[in-house]
Design a protein. Structure first.
Length: 159
């Protein structure tokens, strides 16, 4: 830590350590506008205010729930300029939740399909003598009418 105009300030390394990220992450966040430009010491070192720790932590948490760095840069720049992007943030979060719900449904379909495939493969394994090929992966190509029909149904539901 360094003293800068009487207030506590952090070099990139101290900020990175306090926020649990790398210094490369700090520089990247600054470069894309998620973190405001740091002031520089006479020797060129970046110096951040103590509030930058909270900012990085907010960004990390927002990334975990699905926000992108581009979205965060947009809303944080608006906030830094005196705006109140709360409605935008709320709308983005609603979109994230909608996307997660769609992903869950797709995963459930995939899970059902995989259970069917495993059931088919279990029967194939039981009918195959030791040392003989069961053609398990090959059955996914569609040469097997039943497996092909089920795979096509799954693909049609996804699109």
């Amino acid at each position: 830590m360094v003293k800068d105009s009487g207030s506590t300030a952090l070099h990139s390394g101290a900020l990175a350590k306090a926020a649990g990220v790398s210094t490369d992450t700090i520089r990247h966040y600054e470069r894309i506008g998620v973190l405001p430009r740091a002031s520089r010491t006479d020797s060129g070192y970046r110096v951040y205010t103590a509030s930058a720790v909270e900012r990085v932590l907010v960004v990390r948490r927002a990334l975990r729930i699905g926000f992108t760095l581009a979205e965060l840069a947009e809303v944080l720049k608006a906030r830094d300029a005196g705006g109140a992007p709360c409605h935008r943030v709320y709308k983005l979060a609603q979109e994230k939740l909608k996307g997660i719900k769609a992903d869950i449904e797709a995963l459930k379909r995939t899970q059902r399909y995989l259970r069917e495939v495993l059931g088919d493969w279990e029967h194939r394994m039981q009918r195959t003598a030791p040392g003989q090929k069961s053609n398990l992966l090959h059955s996914l190509t569609g040469d097997d009418n039943d497996s092909n029909r089920k795979a096509n149904q799954l693909l049609r539901r996804k699109t």
